[in-house]
Structure formats: structure tokens, C-alpha cells
Design a protein around this ligand. Structure first.
Ligand SMILES: [Zn+2]
Length: 403
């Protein structure tokens, strides 16, 4: 299992298409980030959920029917909205919890030893790829980001749905609509998918988030102008709490499915409405490439499998880099255009990572879609390695980099 299946797998990408939109989109995104989708990113279930649950939301089923709490009534109303928008019915009612800021933060930043180990692996690999400085503590950066940037979670393994709030404000309602879409789709298509592999995992996340964002957006549009403005302003206040020193690669990794998912979903809806979207859960996007360019998904341009490259020491990790991270790596030393040209036409890859004393080394082998894309990648890898002053060596479409 590769490195971006750690707790933070969600990344970015409007850089690949329309760079100017990146900040705008991500500012909006930070509030809908959640942990829905395949497991591995479900927050550790340590005991942080006690005290601050919303009123009556956690009462056991009593002998006589209890009156609805405001949250229960809201959830029922939102379920109706989500069903109509998504064209599916809930099979069982969903139980939602709203936690105040401190309790929610504690929940999403809980990091057990296994999470920590995975994130430390990712940290070593990202350093070798030139995407993280030596001074960055990735565990802390992820906690900083998640602690402020996540608005709600839906865990498809436990069906737990939790939203940050305390009161049922406009932005809490918008987030509930998003998370309820995950719950609805989980009841129909099972979102709890394990061991998809790095690239397939990102592709699936893009589908899942794109679909939830579509319903969330419809809900937002159904609000009055005042409420809509209030939801947006609550979101930007919250987004402003994300510390400035969170490294861009963390935001990009978290943001990717939210940035590219909507394109995937609108391509599916255009091709055949909700029925085509439903069918996509049986064969979701298989890569970041397919999410970046949904035509490749609809045309079934499948990634090719690449043999594991040889390691120069005892390997501690292997997996796939993908078009997104290839682009980000190239962009760490080259212009946006050169990085995009190099990463475009990605056909498949495999990497292996090992320790070399204090350093980590990563070797990656790529295949491209055609000879001219191949030439562009060869050139980009050579230029990138040249700027790494001896820490990297390119040989055709193979790259070894240490750091
Ligand atoms: Zn989501």
C-alpha cells in the first residue's frame, strides 16, 4: 500500500488546469473536506465523542416515541432533499451528531501509532521528491490542517456521521447535506472499499466527493440569499483558521477529490444523468489522470501496470505516483507549463522507496501514452534531476531521487 493512502490522502489540482482558480476553489473546499470514502482515512476512533453531542442526538431508543430533537428534525428534512436531488431513497435512517469545535477538532486530529507510521513514511517520500522541506513535521501539519479544515466526516465502515458546529447554523446544514449524500450512496453502493491502491483510491474519492458536492451545491442554491451569504461567511471564517504554515502539498493532497470530482460527476450526468452516475460506482475512475480529464475515464483509458523497480536497499514502501504527484514533483523545480507537459499523457507507473542512511531514496518508473508524451517526460525528468544537484538521476522514463 503506497504512501498517499495515509490519513491525508486528499490532494489538489486546479493547478493542472486553471491555476488562478486554485486559491478560490480551495478556500471554498476546506469546509467540505471530510473523511468519507475508502477506509484508512477514517479518523482514529478514540474516545473524543462524549460530552458535546448535540441535544438529544444520542439518546437511546426509548419505549415510547420521543419527540424529535431539532437535529433529528433537520436531518429528516435534509434526507428528503438529498433523496430528491440524488434520485435514490435511504434504506435506513441516518443518525447524525454535531460536535462543538473543540470536540470535533479532537476527533479529527486523533493520531494513533499506525497513522503516525504511515504519515512518517509519506514524509520521507515527499522529501525525496522535493515536495517537503526537512523542517516540516508532516504529522503536525496534517493535524493542523484537519483540525481547522475539516467540516464533517462520514465513516463508511461504522456509518458514523459527525459535523463540526454546536449550533445548527447555515454552514452546518450545508455540511449535513454533503455528508448525508455519502451516507445515502454508502447504503446503495458501499463506499467502504479497501485496498484499492493509490491511484484507484484517488479516482474513487473524486467520484464520491464530486457527487456529494453536487448535492451540497444544490442545497446551497435552495437557501435564501441571506442564508447562503451566512453559510459562505461561516465557511470563510473557519477556513481562515487553517494555519498559514501548512505545506501546500498537504492542502493539495486533501483538496484533489474536491477540485476534480465535480468535473467527473458533471461529465457522468451529461452522459446519462443519475443512472450513469449510479453505474460509475461499479467502475469508478481508476486514477488521478481520469479525474483530471474525465474524457479519459469515459473513454476507458485504463492505467497500465508497471513492474516494481529494483530498490537500492531494504524497501519500506511501494506504490503509484500518478499524474497528480508527478506534476507536483516536476513543478517543485520546473515551470508550471513544463511540469504539465511532462505529466500529461501519463500511462502508468510504480515506485519503490528505501532508506539510505539518514536519507530516503525513491525510484519510479513511468510509462506514457505515446512516443511524443514519452519524449516530453524524459526531458522533464532530466531537467528536474539536473536541478536537484546530484540528489537525483534520470534515465529515460525512470527516476531515482534521494533526500
Ligand atoms: Zn465528502
Amino acid at each position: 500500500m503506497g504512501w498517499h493512502t495515509w490519513a491525508v490522502r486528499r490532494v489538489v489540482g486546479p493547478l493542472l488546469g486553471v491555476p488562478v482558480l486554485l486559491l478560490v476553489i480551495l478556500a471554498g473546499l476546506t469546509l467540505v473536506l471530510d473523511w468519507a470514502g475508502p477506509p484508512g482515512d477514517a479518523p482514529a476512533t478514540s474516545a473524543t465523542t462524549s460530552a458535546t453531542a448535540a441535544p438529544a442526538s444520542s439518546s437511546p431508543i426509548p419505549a415510547a416515541p420521543a419527540p424529535d430533537s431539532p437535529l433529528d428534525a433537520l436531518v429528516r428534512q435534509l434526507q428528503g432533499f438529498v433523496e430528491r436531488e440524488r434520485g435514490l431513497r435511504f434504506k435506513t435512517p441516518v443518525k447524525a451528531t454535531v460536535l462543538d469545535d473543540a470536540a470535533f477538532r479532537a476527533k479529527v486530529t486523533a493520531t494513533d501509532d499506525e497513522d503516525r507510521k504511515e504519515i512518517e513514511k509519506a514524509q520521507a517520500i515527499l522529501r525525496a521528491m522535493g515536495l517537503l522541506g526537512r523542517e516540516v513535521d508532516l504529522v503536525k501539519a496534517v493535524q493542523d490542517f484537519a483540525g481547522a479544515g475539516i467540516a464533517g466526516i462520514y465513516d463508511p465502515e461504522t456509518d458514523e456521521l459527525v459535523v463540526r458546529g454546536g449550533e445548527l447554523t447555515a454552514s452546518v446544514r450545508v455540511t449535513l447535506a454533503h455528508e448525508l449524500t455519502h451516507a445515502l450512496e454508502d447504503q446503495h453502493f458501499n463506499l467502504d472499499r479497501k485496498d484499492l491502491g493509490d491511484e484507484a483510491d484517488y479516482g474513487f474519492s473524486a467520484l464520491v466527493e464530486g457527487s456529494a458536492l453536487r448535492v451540497e451545491d444544490a442545497y446551497l442554491r435552495s437557501l435564501s440569499a441571506d442564508e447562503r451569504a451566512r453559510a459562505r461567511s461561516e465557511e470563510s471564517v473557519q477556513a481562515g483558521k487553517i494555519p498559514d504554515n501548512v505545506p501546500p502539498v498537504v492542502t493539495l493532497a486533501f483538496g484533489f477529490p474536491y477540485a476534480y470530482g465535480p468535473g467527473v460527476v458533471s461529465a457522468l450526468l451529461k452522459a446519462g444523468g443519475n443512472a450513469r452516475l449510479d453505474a460509475a460506482y461499479a467502475k469508478p475512475p481508476a486514477s488521478t489522470e481520469q479525474a483530471i480529464d474525465p474524457r479519459r475515464y469515459l473513454d476507458d483509458d485504463q492505467p497500465r501496470s508497471v513492474p516494481l523497480p529494483p530498490a537500492g536497499g531494504a524497501a519500506f514502501d511501494d506504490g503509484e505516483i500518478g499524474q497528480l504527484f508527478l506534476f507536483l514533483m516536476l513543478r517543485s523545480e520546473l515551470s508550471d507549463d513544463a511540469a504539465r507537459d511532462g505529466a500529461d499523457g501519463w500511462g502508468g507507473d510504480r515506485y519503490v522507496a528505501w532508506r539510505d542512511g539518514e536519507r530516503t531514496c525513491v525510484r519510479m518508473d513511468f510509462v506514457m501514452d505515446n512516443p511524443s508524451e514519452n519524449d516530453e517526460l524524459v526531458r522533464a525528468l532530466r531537467d528536474w534531476a539536473g536541478k536537484r544537484r546530484g540528489a537525483a538521476k534520470a534515465a529515460g522514463t525512470s527516476l531515482t531521487t534521494c533526500g
